[in-house]
Write a protein that binds this ligand. Structure first.
Ligand code: PEP
Ligand code: MN
Length: 346
């Protein structure tokens, strides 16, 4: 719609789309309103010409890409906002930190207190773990979710945690602020549809060997089901080189920002699998334009039930946050806590 198009003009467009049984989604940006439309039609050109005549319509842009609703053209940049004030896609980065797996109340409380103090605003931790071996620790299940909620609430943090199975969506949604879809489930279409039914943000990790197109199509599954709050997470892809666990694709960050309006965060922990590489890749991710970070932190990495070798200790995480803050400011972004400092100064 043209800048300044009236609500009546927008409503007239939507009404006519309804009449043609085409699904529409309205996105109100600072500058203009975008009406995204999906549906099957034989004659796109005639339809486009028709809608171009409606009052208030600036242009009709056919999206020829396979993904529609998540494409950059479809709407203004998505900002996902959580109850505790954390945002994905806003000026302030989301800093998600915590252990790979929830192991115990003591472990999780120590981590939550430490990461909150260093500037994280979201607590991560797996209660349902996707382990390569069926004999490895599978997570504490609902007890783990309860511990996450408790530790997060006590420290002003939100909770992001993985849902592995359609059958667990309801219980995980009861405790989490953000539902994580793990790399191994990126193309579990039943699970994508199930989380698409909810009105709870979804963090969608890139599949182990997924192309960007496949990843965005997976996001499209969630959005087309009605859930628009999707955050992408680059966590590395399979490569031939065993020196790192995965190949962290940082070029995906600026690329994805061109292709989609969805926010993107980077997970340098699974992306490298190597503790010493987590800090430099975190800084590079923020410099590349990431909307946040997802970092594994454990009070005693050597004793972690899973992913110890890539986990940071609380002091290492604190040190990293100082450097991340400097890079964020250099690229015009803020970190959680900056607002408080600014407000106090103002
Ligand atoms: C995780 O973040 O806990 C995890 C299992 O990551 P991924 O799905 O990226 O392997
Ligand atoms: Mn892990």
């Amino acid at each position: 719609m043209r800048p300044g198009a009236t609500e009546t003009e927008v409503a007239a467009v939507i009404e006519h789309l309804d009449l043609l049984s085409l699904n529409s989604h309205v996105s109100r940006g600072a500058e203009r309103t975008v009406v995204g439309v999906v549906g099957v039609t034989d004659d796109k050109d005639t339809l486009a010409a028709q809608f171009a005549q409606f009052d208030g319509v600036e242009s009709v842009v056919p999206i020829s890409r396979s993904y529609k609703l998540v494409s950059r053209e479809a709407r203004a940049s998505t900002v996902v906002r959580l109850r505790n004030g954390a945002t994905f896609g806003g000026a302030t980065l989301a800093i998600c930190a915590g252990p790979c797996s929830v192991e115990s109340r003591e472990q999780l409380t120590a981590t939550a207190v430490a990461v909150a103090r260093s500037g994280a605003n979201v607590l991560r931790g797996g209660a349902f773990k996707p382990r390569t071996s069926p004999y490895a620790f599978q997570g504490l299940g609902e007890d783990g979710l309860k511990l996450l909620r408790e530790a997060a609430d006590a420290n002003g943090l939100a909770v992001v945690t993985e849902v592995l199975d359609v059958r667990d969506v309801e219980v995980v949604a009861r405790y989490a602020d953000v539902l994580q879809i793990g790399a191994r489930n990126m193309q579990n279409f039943g699970l994508l549809r199930a989380v698409g039914e909810l009105r709870l943000p979804v963090l969608l990790k890139r599949g182990l060997s997924a192309t960007i197109e496949e990843w965005l199509m997976a996001a499209e599954y969630v959005v087309v089901a009605g859930n628009h709050d999707v955050v992408l997470c680059e966590r590395g892809i399979r490569s031939f080189d065993p020196h790192t666990r995965n190949l962290l694709d940082l070029a995906a960050v600026p690329l994805v920002r061109e292709l989609t309006h969805l926010p993107i965060v980077v997970d340098p922990s699974h992306g490298t699998g190597v503790r010493a590489l987590v800090a430099p890749m975190s800084l590079a991710a923020v410099a590349a334009g990431a909307d946040g970070l997802l970092i594994e932190v454990h009070p005693n990495p050597a004793a972690a039930f899973s992913d110890g070798p890539q986990s940071l200790s609380p002091p290492l995480f604190a040190e990293l946050m100082l450097a991340v803050r400097a890079v964020a400011h250099a690229v015009g972004r803020r970190l959680p806590g900056d607002e408080v400092v600014q407000a106090a100064a103002g």
